[in-house]
Write a protein that binds this ligand. Sequence first.
Ligand code: SF4
Length: 497
Amino acid sequence: MKLVIDNRTGYLNDYYFQTLCLLYFPGEKFKEGFESDNYAYFYLEETEKNILTARVTLGSGDKSAEGYFSGAYTPSIPMNDDFYAMNALGKAFLEAGRGLFGFGLPWGYITGLRPVKRAKYYLDRGYSAEQVIELFNRDYEVSREKSTLSVETATIQQKMLADIKPNDCGMYVSIPFCPTRCDYCSFVSYSNQKLFALIPEYLEKLMRDIRDLGEIINRLGMNLRAIYIGGGTPSILDEYQIDRLLKCINSSVAVTGDTEYTFEAGRPDTVTREKLLAVKENGVKRISINPQTTSDFVLEKIGRRHTAKQFFEAAEVAMNIGFDCINADLIAALPGDTEVTFKRSLEDVIGLGFSNITVHTLSIKNAANIRFVGDGYYDPEGDFARASVEYARNRLKQSGYAPYYLYRQKNTVGNAENTGYTLPNKENLYNVLMMEEHSTVFACGAGSITKLVSPNRDNILRHAFQKYPFEYLREEKSLGYEEARAFFDKHRKDETV
Ligand code: SF4
């Protein structure tokens, strides 16, 4: 889309303006040559310290609308200077968007992935839940429903994180292979027979990296609180490979009875009793089996090549073996889904009594097979997506579930969110440590990213492995002890590692 930015302040970069545009124009590109009827004009000026004027014009074809804000805005609690610019711009942008499209945005002008972090910021400073809902609603123009959801989630996170110490950490192990590729997926995952031939070699390299990582964690004197084996589809491995992988982890890091240990079984069509027994016998307490929907029609529409029956069979096997916690993922607003099929999917997973249910909203990325533009799957107003996630929230609440982690993505239908729900005391700590960037998470495997988080959480050092398994196999360099030690020493505080 055409974007003109006249920013006379030193605040905000062009990327911020682009991200703001995506809230009303999902899927747009800003590079030369990308054809689009849409355009945006931004003017931003600071007349006096923290007194800003913002003028925004949004247009689509021959229609356009304007938004304007000028003056001083007093945030509820002290904020940095960027906040004033975001606020002025956000208010003008929302006014223009409402004028052009006729609907507002549930998350106001928040562009970031982690709205809960902001709610927690207020709670940590002593505001009550009711006050934070008001402030969130006032400062960011977030709807009351989403403000409440953010505060409920942040309140649970506060309790979960209360005993997390600066030298506590998590560990992620990546298995980027899937039996087939789902049409909506943008994840780099190998999903054909030829590439599956790489799995044995991949596992060998992965286990070398796990041992190295274990040595780093031990030498740093860090305390491993949570392990997550994700993908892709880790259960694509056979039971012998799973057994070797888990034994390698167990002998490389200190796994105690208190360590949260999760294995993502993911695709129901890969789950067998033998695999889940190997998982359980090696100390894993939590698994995830993800139907996304229990409608066979929708599964076929999204190119997810398993059936609802396979999901129920996998669930039965898992429940018979007995895990502390089983999670199921659902996605709202999938192509072909309806109010009836979404509600039925939700009832199906609630009926199984799983401890965790995660409700995502369809988000479409460049690398996915289905597209925003052309395939007709994107409803910009996203009434169905918004109604589905609201329905899920209320229905899950009735059944005793509470939201405990939440994140947003770009290009999500209806600007809705992804929320993890839990029965009491069954939260997944890894999800919160990772999503909120609260603690260091060491990672290994293709596409994984280690994040070293400083004790005061102001600094993060990322180390990414190569995205594709074949590149990862050739990769020599991984995070070294010296580099990690230097990072923590640099950001050392009294209570550090
Ligand atoms: S199983 Fe998951 S990671 Fe694999 S292709 Fe499907 S959505 Fe993507």
